[in-house]
Design a binder for this molecule. Structure first.
Ligand SMILES: Cc1cc2nc3c(=O)[nH]c(=O)nc-3n(C[C@H](O)[C@H](O)[C@H](O)COP(=O)(O)OP(=O)(O)OC[C@H]3O[C@@H](n4cnc5c(N)ncnc54)[C@H](O)[C@@H]3O)c2cc1C
Length: 284
């Protein structure tokens, strides 16, 4: 009866736990203030609301490892959180789990222009990575509406797709290496930059799309494609969905792998966009 999930037998946070968190990551990186907790207890769509009393913002992998080891030993439940733009309620606590927010792990560690490989911490904002790469003639292999807030660690944990998928494919192919902390505090170092790596199991694939259920991703090595020298956008009006399919087929055949993105809008969506954005219908 009731239908909702029931709280597991995990511990309620004590003053002693908070003290351990503060000693591990520093007082400034532990959030207890109700007003500051409210937005990170609530998801992007305001569909889900948790009641966490504390959020921790670690600054490096060692701090993540210490926090997870302690929480595991003490049976304290945690929820990893990136930019909190996920649309399926995975980034907010269901009950009073401790939020481990990754925003302080936002450093770019290296970029290799020969291989096009960027190594960065998981809390880097997607748009910041894209801007960094554009200055060097490259771009991120994914782009999505939440790019100004979402973090690359969150993108990987949700296996996000986005509008460059048609051209650059899944993150499963573009993530070359990954470092993560497992629930018991063990650091999984799989941060290779090798494009062809056929040495045994590909553990990182388990982390991609796992929504933070297997551990916390702390660093990533990502394959960045070259920035195209030109970008052309075309908008076509067609009469039926069959026409859409035919145009898509022709575009794929003639543009081959320079086709970057395809977006289909039916008339209902178009009218809705026009009224909300207050713009004029661009076609006859
Ligand atoms: C306007 C808008 C447009 C979007 N467009 C697309 C789209 O085109 N394609 C698409 O696929 N999705 C899209 N999304 C949803 C998309 O999944 C998220 O925006 C993004 O990938 C999540 O990143 P985040 O940093 O906000 O993660 P969060 O929302 O904070 O977290 C998402 C999940 O990942 C986990 N997580 C976060 N960081 C880590 C970490 N470092 N280690 C382990 N687990 C972690 C969380 O626990 C949670 O389960 C969109 C969302 C919005 C709001």
């Amino acid at each position: 009866a009731g239908g909702g999930p029931t709280r597991g037998e995990f511990k309620e946070i004590t003053e002693k736990d908070i003290l351990v968190f503060k000693n591990t990551v520093g007082v400034k990186n532990v959030i207890e203030d109700e007003a500051q907790l409210q937005p990170i207890n609530t998801d992007w769509l305001s569909h889900y609301k948790g009641h966490s009393k504390v959020a921790i913002c670690p600054e490096n992998t060692q701090q993540v490892a210490k926090i997870l080891r302690y929480c595991n030993d003490e049976k304290i439940a945690v929820v990893p959180q990136g930019g909190n733009t996920g649309l399926v309620g995975g980034s907010t606590p269901v009950f009073d789990e401790v939020i481990i927010n990754m925003k302080k792990m936002n450093k770019i560690e290296s970029f290799d222009p020969l291989l096009g490989v960027i190594v960065c911490e998981a809390g880097c904002i997607l748009q910041n990575l894209d801007e960094f790469l554009r200055e060097k003639g490259f771009l991120m292999p994914l782009d999505l509406g939440a790019k100004g807030s979402c973090q690359i660690g969150g993108n990987v944990s949700t296996n996000a797709g986005g509008i460059r998928y048609v051209r650059y494919g899944s993150l499963r192919g573009n993530i070359l290496g990954l470092e993560a902390v497992l629930p018991d505090g063990t650091v999984l170092d799989s941060l290779t930059s090798l494009r062809k790596d056929n040495t045994g199991y590909d553990i990182k694939q388990l982390m991609i799309g796992s929504e933070g259920t297997l551990g916390i991703t702390t660093k990533l090595a990502i394959l960045a494609p070259r920035l195209p020298s030109v970008v052309n956008v075309v908008m076509l009006a067609v009469k039926s969905f069959q026409d859409v399919l035919e145009i898509l087929g022709a575009a794929r055949e003639q543009l081959v792998d320079i086709l970057s993105a395809v977006e289909f809008l039916d008339l209902v969506s178009m009218k809705m966009s026009l009224s909300y954005l207050d713009v004029v219908y661009p076609l006859q």
